[in-house]
Design a binder for this molecule. Structure first.
Ligand code: GDP
Ligand code: MG
Ligand code: K
Length: 278
């Protein structure tokens, strides 16, 4: 069958512009089954064949607090009716890279094949920003393709990179994403839920992240037995006691530290933007 690529990004990251550039006029719009969030699907042409493109709702996070977030993560996991996409294009606003990468690292936690589309490169260049895309790609463990969805710059290269990713099957989360404590607790939760996660077709590592955050949708989907539930709660309590804030804040802080370091290493802002941020 034909391969499927899902577009995921923050609101206003240029998703619709990219979707239109990739699919031309062959788009169809409907609702996700059972929900009122809009779903768009179309086809992009590549080398005589077609790739199915799904445009997902704009999101900042993959928590279970909004229908947009649940639709997005269910689609990527393949637990929705649309079938599991073979790869994800994560579209990122290059002029707001640090904020946009918060969604990126949550997508990396899903360990699906992915390409980062660094959009608004025309604006970033005007601002005098320089972004070391090779370094960014190495830090994140996924290809990074600078584009401008508005002008069409590098869209073909993006589609080819995404097509290559569809043949990979998975992406490995970067080693440095979590501090040692977070990694240790995640490993211990993962061992408790390996079986139900595999049975539900949910990546064990991602399940552990969500359970540590206190995600009740994932907890009820996996429905671990009473002993495992109690053990997970004990681990979450141990984690919460290890630093300031609650479990969700601690894991978010770990992500933010990784993002700050990555941006520090790969991005140099132009003179105008440096003045803005002091
Ligand atoms: P969405 O909310 O992610 O679907 O974002 P849209 O595709 O609606 O884009 C938001 C705004 O950014 C629109 O005004 C687009 O024309 C503009 N835009 C999108 N991509 C680019 C780009 O690469 N460069 C510039 N300069 N503007 C862009
Ligand atoms: Mg849109
Ligand atoms: K605490």
């Amino acid at each position: 069958g034909s391969r499927t690529i899902a577009l995921v990004g923050n609101p206003n990251s240029g998703k619709t512009t990219l979707y239109n550039a990739l699919t031309g006029s062959s788009q169809s719009v409907g609702n996700w089954p059972g929900v009122t969030v809009e779903k768009k699907e179309g086809a992009a042409k590549l080398g005589g064949g077609e790739i199915r493109i799904i445009d997902l709702p704009g999101v900042y996070s993959l928590s279970p607090y909004s229908m947009e977030e649940i639709v997005t993560r269910d689609c990527i996991l393949g637990t929705a009716d649309s079938g599991r996409p073979d790869a994800v294009i994560n579209i990122v606003d290059a002029t707001n890279i640090e904020r946009n990468l918060y969604l990126t690292v949550q997508l990396l936690e899903l360990e699906r094949p992915m390409v980062l589309a660094l959009n608004f490169m025309d604006e970033a260049r005007k601002n005098g920003d320089t972004i070391d895309t090779a370094r960014l790609a190495e830090a994140l463990g996924v290809p990074v393709v600078p584009i401008s969805a508005k002008t069409g710059e590098n869209i073909d290269a993006l589609l080819r990179a995404a097509d290559r990713q569809t043949r990979r099957g998975y992406t490995l989360e970067p080693d440095g994403l979590y501090d040692g404590m977070t990694r240790d607790i995640l490993g211990r939760i993962g061992r408790l839920v390996r079986q139900p996660a595999e049975a539900a077709g949910i990546p064990v590592h991602w399940a552990a992240v969500k359970l540590l955050e206190g995600d009740n949708v994932v907890l009820e989907t996996l429905d671990p037995d009473g002993d495992a539930r109690a053990a997970i709660e004990d681990l979450a309590d141990e984690y919460a006691a290890s630093g300031p804030g609650d479990r969700e804040t601690l894991i978010a802080d770990s992500r933010y530290r990784y993002i700050e370091k990555t941006v520090r290493d790969a991005v140099r802002k132009g003179p105008a933007r440096r003045a803005e941020t002091v």
